[in-house]
Every structure is written in structure tokens, then in C-alpha cells.
Design a protein. Structure first.
Length: 365
């Protein structure tokens, strides 16, 4: 349920109440950091359509907030707590008092969220334990063998973020996308791999069959494949999942590409020389991705990584996008330059170099 469904948070005062509650949970004695403020304001604006100013705010304690939100569904209160955790995760280090305070708010709101524990581990400096908790609280705990059928592979997947292993049948399936007409989902995903020099699923070092699911979402949602694009696509995927476990995806990407709490996550690795959350417009793009994900959660109510994209690979991208009900990017995100899946600006420097070389005929595929 969206926070503005039923007219609840469309009212400015109500939106401000939620924003004050989140800010009160994660602010230090000196107030919010610049990054916290800009991110939380952008998220509130994207989700509710109401601009809130958190440069100064009247704190509200956990009991008072719980009383004010008492009529809210558990799903809405859970999302609010996860937005508090988001406000923690962009800090390094996380002050222990903030981690304890967020736990207090979660308890008052009667929300048992495992990602609160992940943030506490970060605050304690227990990064290894936090990574284990992050996996158990999210994608790893919910992995089921039955999901392998839709991935077109019989090769055992040790970990959802692991690099791919040799699987000739799977590689042939993906190579078959190259024969599809331009404009179809399968051909578009294959073109995305080809222009960036990505190894196909089923090849050693390529994406696993499961992780390749998110590449279909890159195309459908029109997000690039550089670090900003990964933050956007996983923000959307995580928020679209009706199960709160979906937050694990955004938490992992922030740990990898934002703060460095996650040093290595299999196929992905941290690049602290190119942190994205410190860049001025990342928060706007993440906020809009959360908005789009929430709309999908309300309309579709499924984990986007559970969809059988192979079954719709022969259909036009626009048709699949419309059928799923994926909202266009918001004006705020497009205004700060959120590039599309095939825009050069949506590629990393290495991907750009490869794409330009391919265009000039220096690389043969």
C-alpha cells in the first residue's frame, strides 16, 4: 500500500508527520547530514507528492509517532521503518546511539525488521556478521529450487549474486535472443549485453541465471548499467517486492557503491573510488526508483525477479512494460539526467570504451 493511497499521505501535514518521524529516528544531535536531508526529502516527495523541508523540524518521539500512525496498516509502518534504516545506511560510521534509537522506533511501531539488526551490526563494526544478516534477511533466505525452471538452467546456483558458471544450454538460450526482431525484450537485453561486452549467462564469469533477471528490468524500466543505474534498478526491484525482504537489494547496493560496508558481493564488487551517494543527484534518482517500485508493488504485488521474462522475450519491450504497469520516470529524475538503458551516459567508463570500440569496428563479436 502506498503512503498516499486512500488520501492518507497526500495531505501535507500527514506527509510532514512521517518525514519528522523518520528524521527524528536518524538525526544526530547536530541534525541530519546534508546527504540524509536531501535523500529523505527526495524520498518523501517522490512517494507522497508533497515537498517537506527537513532543514529544521520538530522532533517526535517513538511513542508519539506510534500513536499518530496507529491506524496505518502494518505494511505502511514497515516501509516507514525501512526508510529510517535507509537514513542510517548512508552514514559511515553509523553512530551506535542512532542504531539504538531506530530500534526503539521500530519497537514502538510494532515492526520486526531484520534490517534494523543489519544497521546495528554496522554500528558495531561487525561488517562480516552484517553481511550474513543481510543475506539471511533478504534474497538468500527466500531462495527456492523451484525457481530454477523459469531461469532455463539446471546448474546448481550456490548464491544469487555469484558469477555464472558454464551452462551451454543456458548460453544457447540467451544467444537465441540475437535472432529476435529489434524492439523485442529478448533482443533488447541481448543488445545490452553485446554493446557492453558482458558475458552471456551460461558462460564462465557471466551473470548467473538468477542475477540476469534484473537485466530484463534494466531494459523494461530503462535504467543504465553504471553504478547509478544499479542503485536505481535495485531500488525499484526492492520496493516493488511486497515482501519487506526486497529491501535487501537496495541495502546491498548502498553498502557496495555508497558506503563500502559491503566489500564484495560475488558478481558485484565495491568501487569506493566512485561512490555514488556523494554525487549530487543520486538521491533524486533513487527516490524516483522507489516511487516507481511502490507503484508496481501496489499494482502487481510480485517479486520482479520471480517473473518469467523468457516467456515474454519475443514481445515488444513497450508491450511488456505496459502490461506490468511500469510508470515512466518522474520529471525530477529526468531533470537530473537519469539515462536510459542504451544511453552512453548510462554506462561505466569501461562499458563506454567497449561500446565505442564496437561501434567503430575495433571489437568483433
Amino acid at each position: 500500500m502506498t503512503e498516499n493511497s486512500g488520501g492518507a499521505d497526500t495531505h501535507a501535514a500527514d506527509a510532514e508527520l512521517v518525514a519528522r518521524g523518520i528524521a527524528s529516528a536518524v538525526a544526530s544531535d547536530d541534525g541530519l547530514t546534508e546527504l540524509q536531508q536531501s535523500l529523505l526529502e527526495a524520498v518523501r516527495s517522490a512517494l507522497t507528492g508533497v515537498h517537506v523541508d527537513l532543514s529544521e523540524f520538530e522532533p517526535i518521539g517513538p511513542t508519539a509517532l506510534a500513536q499518530a500512525l496507529g491506524a496505518r496498516p502494518a505494511s505502511v509502518r514497515h516501509r516507514i521503518v525501512q526508510d529510517m534504516v535507509l537514513g542510517e545506511l548512508v552514514l559511515r560510521p553509523i553512530p551506535p546511539e542512532i542504531a539504538r534509537r531506530v530500534e526503539t522506533y521500530a519497537t514502538a511501531l510494532e515492526v520486526d525488521d531484520r534490517f534494523v539488526r543489519v544497521a546495528r551490526r554496522y554500528a558495531q563494526g561487525a561488517f562480516g556478521l552484517a553481511w550474513l544478516d543481510l543475506q539471511r534477511s533478504g534474497f538468500a533466505e527466500h531462495w527456492e529450487r523451484a525457481r530454477m525452471d523459469q531461469l532455463r538452467t539446471n546448474v546448481k546456483l550456490e548464491h544469487q549474486l555469484a558469477a555464472g558458471v558454464e551452462d551451454p544450454a543456458l548460453a544457447d538460450t540467451w544467444m537465441g535472443f540475437s535472432e529476435l526482431p529489434h524492439g523485442t525484450l529478448g533482443r533488447a537485453v541481448w543488445d545490452m549485453y553485446r554493446t557492453r561486452g558482458f558475458g552471456l549467462p551460461g558462460s564462465v564469469g557471466g551473470a548467473s541465471a538468477y542475477l540476469a533477471q534484473h537485466d530484463f528490468v534494466h531494459v523494461i524500466a530503462d535504467y543504465g548499467t553504471n553504478l547509478d543505474g544499479e542503485l536505481e534498478v535495485f531500488a525499484l526491484i526492492g520496493r516493488a517486492d511486497p515482501d519487506p525482504k526486497g529491501f535487501a537489494w537496495l541495502a546491498t547496493m548502498i553498502g557496495l557503491f555508497g558506503t563500502g560496508y559491503v566489500a564484495d558481493a560475488g558478481f558485484f564488487s565495491s568501487d569506493l573510488q566512485e561512490r555514488r551517494l556523494d554525487n549530487t543527484d543520486s538521491h533524486v534518482r533513487i527516490a524516483d526508483a522507489l516511487r516507481r517500485g511502490q507503484r508496481l508493488c501496489d499494482r502487481l504485488g510480485v517479486d520482479l525477479l520471480d517473473i518469467d521474462y523468457h516467456d515474454v522475450a519475443t514481445r515488444p519491450v513497450a508491450e511488456v512494460r505496459d502490461e506490468l504497469g511500469v510508470d515512466p520516470k518522474g520529471t525530477a529524475a529526468t531533470a537530473v539526467g537519469s539515462p536510459g538503458a542504451f544511453d552512453l551516459a548510462g554506462m561505466s567508463r569501461i562499458q563506454q570504451t567497449y561500446a565505442l570500440s564496437l561501434e567503430q569496428g575495433a571489437v568483433r563479436r
